[in-house]
Design a protein around this ligand. Structure first.
Ligand SMILES: C[S@@+](CC[C@H](N)C(=O)[O-])C[C@H]1O[C@@H](n2cnc3c(N)ncnc32)[C@H](O)[C@@H]1O
Length: 230
């Protein structure tokens, strides 16, 4: 595999497109290391750390890195989240292909990411609202969000950096974030799917009659969601 042979699928392309040019890349949960190999070989990032919790995925990463002859600029690291990564500046931390709650837990316990020169790029496979909420509540300013469709799936990737200014946002914001301002067709599809998912959950809970507080919360989210899209 030569450098130019790394082809990213739409989901990982969305992730890569958000990474700040010139930053060192730290890819957490890298598995095959496609994102670091793509971004280093294309000159967007000068160097990278490809990290994973497990030895098997890290072996996949080493194989891709070797196939691209990028051993001199991409190092691998066995790490639970960012625990084994030394504090960095002027870097982008990518957390893609993991659940939203796990992503927030990994960030929460890493003090050095609460720094303005550290860009975060998250691509949660579920519970994206947890990641947006984490950003708003912990002083991270959202930079951009990109959606990508692959078959029947629509994925969202989001970039943010620390400013220290905590934001109190309206009920629907964690569910759509910057996408409420987007006219992109895939973003609109993502918002539609989010809305339908919330409505389904509200209807199921209302029918069960077990959690009136959550039904009321979801009603507020849905009303705000409609207002944001109007
Ligand atoms: C579904 S793969 C995603 C691979 C790639 N980032 C992508 O988006 O295509 C998830 C990877 O995250 C790794 N992972 C899960 N929990 C982790 C943790 N706490 N710290 C680091 N890596 C983790 C898994 O071992 C696996 O390789």
């Amino acid at each position: 595999m030569s450098n130019s042979n790394i082809r990213l699928d739409p989901r990982l392309s969305a992730v890569a497109s958000l990474v700040k040019r010139g930053n060192r890349l730290i890819d957490i949960g890298t598995d095959h290391a496609y994102v670091p190999c793509f971004l280093v070989s294309s000159g967007v990032c000068p160097s990278a750390i490809a990290a994973d919790l497990r030895k098997g995925p890290l072996q996949n990463a080493r194989q891709t890195i070797a196939a691209c002859a990028l051993e001199h600029s991409i190092e691998t690291c066995l790490s639970d989240g960012l625990d084994a990564i030394a504090p960095q500046k002027n870097c982008t931390v990518v957390l893609a292909g993991m659940g939203g709650l796990l992503i927030t837990e990994l960030l929460q316990r890493t003090p050095w990411v609460f720094e303005s020169s550290v860009q975060l790029v998250a691509q949660p496979m579920s519970h994206a609202e947890d990641v947006r909420r984490f950003f708003f509540e912990n002083g991270f300013a959202p930079e951009r969000e990109r959606c990508a469709a692959d078959g029947k799936h629509v994925y969202c990737a989001m970039a943010a950096h620390f400013t220290g200014e905590k934001a109190s946002v309206s009920p629907a914001m964690p569910y759509g974030g910057l996408l409420f301002q987007s006219e992109d067709g895939t973003a609109q599809r993502y918002l539609h799917l989010q809305f339908e998912r919330l409505k389904k959950r509200r209807d199921a809970l209302a029918a069960a009659g077990t959690d009136a507080n959550e039904v009321a919360r979801l009603n507020a989210v849905l009303a705000d969601f409609e207002a944001m899209r109007a």
